[in-house]
Ligand binder design. Structure first.
Ligand code: AMP
Length: 280
């Protein structure tokens, strides 16, 4: 396995590959866990070659978010990627990706960005689309792997690929969870033991809504149920809970007739913001 920290090295490697090779790209911010590993495993199984990128992308963090504190564990990450049989780790330097910040070219995303994390983290999805499109241009993958834990991100990237005619296929991958149900996240390391326990309320709340779905007449009823449910967890501060059409993240007008209701939650445990989602 090779580790490239220079764009030039990556480009040289890429230009020497046979034209019909299938190349899987797994974009990550490092601090790899089993969720990332499942994406890498799928890519290794499905492609001739796999590139895992590791880059803590500053443009997707807000001014008061955890960019500085974000866990950086490159040596451990490289060992994991090597063990999984990928071919390249691409860990570019910040000044190579963004030589003259702030970038002049920004993306503008319509309705897909006006809800969920797009609404509560202004500029976040622009940063995601920015770095992902840079990585697509540099690596030129045939397939790119994204986790459905970041469901809205996945939908926005799928839409970008379609609308901007990127010649590659997005492969959405299921959420990997801890044995007790908590969605794996690089941010889980921030949680104190008490917060770790309370963090279970996210998936429990989603599952509770799912199991009682037939008793709700509207998404507003679900929302008031969720607020009541979370009163049992005073250290959980709800950022949002929404039920939308899973296909295109549009509002549900008539809940009993909705074919693909999908629930999304984001909440703060102390300073740590966690997200999760579940098809209902
Ligand atoms: P991140 O390093 O957090 O930017 O995540 C990199 C990729 O891994 C994204 O496509 C995430 O959606 C995906 N990912 C993160 N956590 C999980 C998880 N628990 N299950 C599945 N995919 C995940």
């Amino acid at each position: 396995m090779q580790v490239f920290t220079d764009i030039a090295e990556l480009r040289k490697w890429r230009s020497g590959l046979p034209i019909h090779s299938s190349i899987g790209l797994v974009p990550t911010m490092g601090a790899l866990h089993q969720g990332h590993a499942s994406l890498i495993r799928s890519s290794v199984e499905q492609n001739d070659l796999t590139v895992v990128s590791i880059f803590v992308n500053p443009t997707q963090f807000g001014p008061n978010e955890d960019f500085d504190a974000y866990p950086r564990t490159l040596d451990d990450d490289v060992a994991i990627v090597r063990e999984m049989g990928a071919d390249v780790v691409f860990a570019p330097k910040m000044q190579d990706i963004y030589p003259k910040p702030p970038a002049q070219i920004l993306f503008s995303i319509r309705d897909l960005d006006k809800k969920l994390c797009g609404a509560s983290r202004p500029g976040h999805m622009n940063g995601v689309v920015q770095i992902v499109s840079i990585l697509f241009h540099l690596v030129q993958p045939s397939h790119a792997y994204f986790g459905l834990k970041d469901y809205q991100q996945c939908k926005i990237i799928e839409t970008m690929v379609k609308e901007l005619h990127f010649p590659l296929q997005i492969v959405p991958c299921p959420i990997v969870r801890e044995p007790d149900g908590l969605a794996m996240s690089s941010r889980n390391v921030y949680l104190s033991p008490a917060e770790r326990l309370s963090a279970l309320s996210l998936i429990q709340c989603l599952q509770e809504v799912k199991s009682q779905l037939g008793s709700f007449q509207s998404t507003a009823e679900i929302l008031s149920f969720v607020h009541k449910y979370l009163e049992k967890f005073p250290d959980v501060k709800l950022d949002y809970f929404e039920v939308l059409h899973g296909e295109d993240l549009t509002e549900i007008q008539n809940l009993p007739d909705a074919t693909d209701p999908h629930a999304f939650i984001a909440a703060f445990l102390g300073k740590t913001r966690l997200i999760d989602n579940l098809a209902l």
